[in-house]
Structure formats: C-alpha cells, structure tokens
Design a protein around this ligand. Structure first.
Ligand code: CUA
Length: 168
C-alpha cells in the first residue's frame, strides 16, 4: 500500500520534472523572441496591404490621451511613414509589417527592435520622453539596397505635434 503510494508520488514528480525541463528549454528557445515580437495581432495579406485598414495608409494614430499607434510598412528599401512623428511623453506602439521580404525595424540607439515579416504584424511599444530625433534602420539583410534602408523617428513637443507639419 505505502510502497504503491510512493511509486505514484515519484511517477508524478518525474512527470513534473520532465514538463519543467521541456518548459525551460522551450522558454530558452522562444521566450526572448516572443518578448520582442508579440504575434498576437491578426495576420495580414502582404500582397494586399493597400486593402488593409491598418496598413493601406501607414500613419500615426492617436488612440488615447497620450497613446499612439503607428502603422509601419517596410518595403525594399524604406519605411512608411517617413518620418514617423510622435509627441514627447507619450506611449507609442508600433505595428510593423512588410510588403515584400523580411526587414528589420530598429530605432537606432534604443532597444526598440522588431522584425518586419510579410504576412505578420510585429508590435513594440516605447515610451517617449523629451523631443529628439532618431534614425530607424533595417537590420535584416533584404537585398541590394539594404544598407541604405533607413527612416526617421522624430519625437517633437506636444505643441509642435499639434500644429504638425502636414495634417491629413
Ligand atoms: Cu530592409 Cu534590410
């Protein structure tokens, strides 16, 4: 009786250990990647981005008091919109996709970094503080023009944002 119970216990423990091992390995393999690129967004048809409500018009959209969504399309060899202009002291979520091949989307000098994958939407959120200008670079080799593939990310004052260059 007692022996039988111990056997059950050890069996259960070893299963737990095996699951924990698998969990650790899995987390090590994909965990950091998942943290960088949340693929919870619905997928998109990369060949029909002009019919997608998010990406037909790459843009900055205000979604809350100090919250903005930026719909970014990467394609050989540039980013849209360019420049991306957002106000200081706000929460900015980039939703990034590609119209052709895999690109990178990295705000140079920050840890904001995502992959632009055709058919998928990568999401990263940053907090802006003071007005500043950043470069956006493509960090995935994507063809002959890869090295020149860059954009601008401009954090401007609230008043400058409101009087904003080109309002659409
Ligand atoms: Cu786009 Cu490298």
């Amino acid at each position: 009786m007692h022996i039988h119970a111990y056997e059950k216990l050890w069996l259960a423990l070893s299963i737990v250990l095996i699951l924990a091992l698998i969990g650790t390995v899995t987390y090590g393999a994909v965990g950091p990647g998942v943290a960088m690129v949340a693929d919870t967004q619905p997928t998109v048809d990369a060949t029909a981005l002009d019919e997608d409500e998010r990406f037909s018009e790459p843009r900055v959209e205000q979604v809350g008091e100090d919250e903005y969504e930026v719909y970014v399309v990467a394609r050989q060899f540039g980013f849209q919109p360019d420049p991306i202009v957002v106000p200081a002291n706000s929460t900015v979520t980039f939703q990034v996709t590609s119209a052709d091949v895999i690109h990178g989307f990295e705000v140079a000098g920050t840890n904001a970094n995502a992959m632009a994958v055709p058919g998928e939407v990568s999401e990263i959120t940053v907090e802006t503080d003071d007005p500043d200008e950043y470069g956006i670079v493509c960090n995935e080799y994507c063809g002959a023009g890869h090295h020149g593939m860059e954009g601008k990310f401009n954090v401007v004052s609230q008043s400058e944002f409101e009087s904003g260059g080109d309002d659409e």
